[in-house]
Each structure stands twice: as C-alpha cells, then as structure tokens.
Design a protein around this ligand. Structure first.
Ligand code: DAT
Ligand code: MG
Length: 148
C-alpha cells in the first residue's frame, strides 16, 4: 500500500491546527503509520528541501521550517500521495481551493502550514529521511469498511 510523508509546518503547530489537519486525513480513510513532534536543525531542513536549494526563497524557507516544532507523519492508503496533495491544496494558498487545508487555513505562500510529498518517489525518500526506523506496523480494523 502506498505511503506519503506529511508535515505540519511550524505555523500550523503554533496556530493550533494539528488536530483539524490530522482529522482530514483520518476521516478520508487513510491510516496513520508514523507521527512525531520534532524541531529539526538547518542541515536536516536543507536536506529535506535539497531539490529547491537553487531557489531564491530557499534560505527563507529553511529559516521558517526550523523556527519551531513540526508534526511529521506517514500516512498510508490507496493513491495517498496524489490524494494527499489534493487535500492539502495548491502551493500558493491564494490559488488553493476552499475545502483544501491551505485554502481554508492559509494566506501567504511562505506560511502555507503543511507539506506533502509530490510523488511516490519523493514520498519514499522523505519517509526514510524523517522516519529512519520505518513506519509503525499495524493494520486498521476498519480496512474492509474502507476498501472493497
Ligand atoms: P509544495 O510545498 O506545494 O510541494 P514546492 O515543493 O514547490 O511546493 O515548494 C516548497 C515550499 O517552498 C512551498 O510549500 C512554499 C515554498 N515556496 C515555493 N515556491 C515559492 C515561491 N515562489 N516563493 C516563496 N516560497 C515558495
Ligand atoms: Mg514540494
């Protein structure tokens, strides 16, 4: 089953949105396979965003990610990478549809409260980076009520 890496950024934690964000993934039917509150250092944040290192906003982005604790999660389910991105909404909250997390809770691109992996390949890389011991191994007893 597919897994994705989801992170509630420091603004989402500070604004008390952790519960509401987790609720959206739970109510969809996805399964939580990893969860921790963690403050990361600059080298770690730079590694997470290494593909963006040439961008002009890179250092500001890293400053923001290390500015406070984040909630790092692994979510599992059918098509969870793509569907997770839809639940999150467009990168710039100004373009995110109402009903998405960024559309409902954010205004500025540099304070867009949540990260989600953009492909299965980056999901696997990010889950391994943030959860070196791997996901928690458990099966939801609701599985047959969610999947045909
Ligand atoms: P996403 O987070 O939707 O995957 P991304 O990977 O392209 O978007 O960029 C990572 C983060 O960097 C994004 O959530 C917010 C910030 N960012 C992206 N483009 C930006 C820009 N043009 N100006 C400022 N911040 C930007
Ligand atoms: Mg991205």
């Amino acid at each position: 089953m597919e897994q994705t890496f989801i992170m509630i950024k420091p603004d989402g934690v500070q604004r008390g949105l952790v519960g509401q964000i987790i609720c959206r993934f739970e109510q969809k039917g996805f399964t939580l396979k990893g969860l921790k509150l963690i403050t990361v250092d600059r080298p770690f944040a730079e590694k997470h965003y290494q593909d963006l290192s040439a961008k002009p906003f890179f250092s500001g982005l890293v400053d923001y990610i290390i500015s406070g604790p984040v909630v790092a999660m692994i979510w599992e389910g059918k098509n969870v990478v793509l569907t997770g991105r839809k639940i999150i909404g467009a990168t710039n909250p100004a373009a995110s549809e109402p009903g998405t997390i960024r559309g409902d809770f954010a205004i500025d691109i540099g304070r867009n409260i949540i990260h989600g992996s953009d492909s299965v390949e980056s999901a696997n890389k990010e889950c391994a980076l943030w959860f070196p011991d791997g996901p928690v191994n458990w099966q939801s007893s609701l599985h047959s009520w969610i999947y045909e």
